[in-house]
Design a binder for this molecule. Structure first.
Ligand SMILES: [Zn+2]
Length: 174
């Protein structure tokens, strides 16, 4: 079972590899990712976040878009179009528990990817859905929210995260 990795786990800073064969190990990885996302109440998750350097993301696409029949597993996703209009996006990340970041995201984008059953899919996304896809696809290149803030902010976020981790460690020691 793949487990959630928290910052500064090294896999969060590495580039994931393109997937050639969608074999049983990839299907198992996707399953694990869906359950880690569900258990932790996330809306998206990239493979780097469970320590697997494979280009695969899972996203609650139907909920975020309001469209039925969208896949929730995207393999080798690529952004093919991105609006020049950017919006402020208030985001959290399962690898940075208890933190919220405000970052810039394109208001809309189009991605192309493979589904788990090896079909090519193209998805158009707006607002929160677009932000979520952009966030997860950046993870595959080793980019996380903390890379998108200033140096001063970065220090503040790391301090907060460390305090939170201590609190959790204290609780689980009891
Ligand atoms: Zn994230």
């Amino acid at each position: 079972m793949h487990k959630l990795r928290l910052y500064p786990d090294v896999s969060l800073m590495q580039k994931a590899e393109r997937i050639g064969n969608i074999d049983s190990s990839i299907k198992k990885l996707a399953d694990d990712m869906l359950s880690v996302m569900a258990t932790n109440g996330g809306i998206g998750l990239a493979a780097n976040q469970v320590g697997a350097l494979k280009r695969i993301v899972v996203v609650r696409a139907e909920e975020l878009s309001g469209i039925d029949d969208l896949p929730s597993v995207f393999i080798n996703p690529v952004v093919t179009q991105s609006s020049s209009e950017e919006v402020d996006s208030s985001e959290s990340c399962l690898s940075f528990p208890a933190l919220t970041f405000v970052v810039k995201r394109p208001k809309s984008l189009v991605i192309r990817a493979l589904t788990l059953d090896e079909k090519e899919t193209e998805v158009e996304a707006n607002d929160l859905f677009a932000a979520c896809l952009s966030h997860e696809i950046e993870h595959l290149d080793g980019i996380t929210l903390i890379d998108k803030v200033s140096k001063t902010q970065k220090k503040i976020y790391i301090d907060k995260l460390n305090r939170f981790k201590k609190l959790i460690a204290k609780h689980s020691a009891k």
